[in-house]
Design a protein around this ligand. Structure first.
Ligand code: 3PG
Length: 307
């Protein structure tokens, strides 16, 4: 029976671990659990005889594939797979999958919580502002963007979206106003929320051309990836727009400078927390386990991302 390595530098919740174990136990698969590791060498060692792996944001690179000659499948329990070297995987004949949608509610709830936290001045006791009646512009209308749109509509926000890969009909069906071009996100939003992956095309794409367009009081929410932000442009917009605020689920590389100069207008979580709920861990982890079992038992490659 296949041997599966579940490698999570940031572990799943206990409930999720139990549920994933039950899936593999029922299928008779052997499991090795590696949690809280700090050195990639530990991951390479644990992967030496694994035929399948489940990971979260763990780095899966050429060195790992070289160290794991029996590996046939890696499932990223989550949405973004920028942590996995897809060409190296393909070159080693390893199938890579993600589990789209399984943790999106958790990320959307965090984005909403961060919006409220910043609107209320990080709970500093002074008068803040409300979300009702304000414009939320979403960059990306995938699973997270759609969940957040629903929540924001429940709070009487006006929701707008831009996504070059999603039709405007789908947005309209969801009661969201489609935006025609990326610039419109930045001129429209009182709140702007990013829901784009980190790819060659999107890295540093939130640049000065876009950030220079924002309203002075705009709150930019980033629960996507820090790499999509051009940090020089972020510093500049904080300098030039006195009420602009930046809130993120990922510490930027320039965090020290931002804290020195703009402490009241920036915030990020200590560790990436968007998908850190029992529910999201369970949904994504169980989906990953089932996808591995379906791959070995039926050759099912649904959700393969390196086709
Ligand atoms: C994702 O891409 O699914 C999220 O960013 C969650 O990542 P995590 O599993 O590392 O928390």
């Amino acid at each position: 029976m296949p041997k599966v390595l579940i490698a999570t530098e940031k572990p799943f919740a206990k409930e999720a671990v139990q549920r994933i174990k039950s899936e593999f136990d029922a299928a008779g698969y052997q499991q090795v659990w590696l949690e809280n590791y700090t050195d990639p060498a530990e991951l390479r060692k644990a992967a030496a005889d694994a035929e399948a792996m489940i990971v979260r944001s763990d780095i899966v690179d050429e060195a790992l594939f070289n160290a794991a000659p029996k590996l046939k499948i890696v499932v990223r329990a989550g949405a973004g797979y920028d942590n996995i070297d897809l060409s190296a995987a393909t070159a080693h004949n390893v199938v890579v999958m993600n589990t789209p949608g399984q943790n999106s509610n958790a990320v959307a709830e965090l984005a909403l919580g961060l919006m409220i936290y910043m609107a209320r001045g990080k709970f500093n006791g002074k008068s803040g502002t409300e979300l009702a009646g304000k414009k939320l512009a979403l960059f990306g209308f995938g699973n997270v963007g759609r969940r957040l749109a629903k929540m924001a509509q429940g709070l009487d926000m006006e929701v707008y979206a831009y996504d070059p890969y999603i039709s405007s009909e789908i947005m309209t069906q969801e009661g969201v106003t489609p935006l025609n071009k990326v610039e419109d996100i930045f001129t429209t939003g009182d709140y702007i929320s990013l829901h784009i992956p980190a790819t060659a095309e999107t890295k540093k794409s939130i640049n000065w051309d876009l950030l220079s367009l924002v309203k002075n009081h705009c709150i930019l929410v980033n629960t996507a990836r820090k790499e999509v932000i051009d940090e020089d442009a972020l510093i500049k917009v904080l300098q030039e727009k006195s009420k602009f605020r930046y809130v993120s689920d990922i510490a930027p590389d320039c965090s020290e400078k931002l804290l020195e100069e703009f402490a009241e207008r920036v915030f990020w979580t200590p560790k990436k927390m968007g998908a850190q709920t029992e529910e999201a861990n369970t949904n994504a982890g169980v989906a990953a386990a089932r996808q591995i079992i379906a791959f070995f038992e039926k050759g099912d490659t649904t959700f393969q991302v390196n086709k």
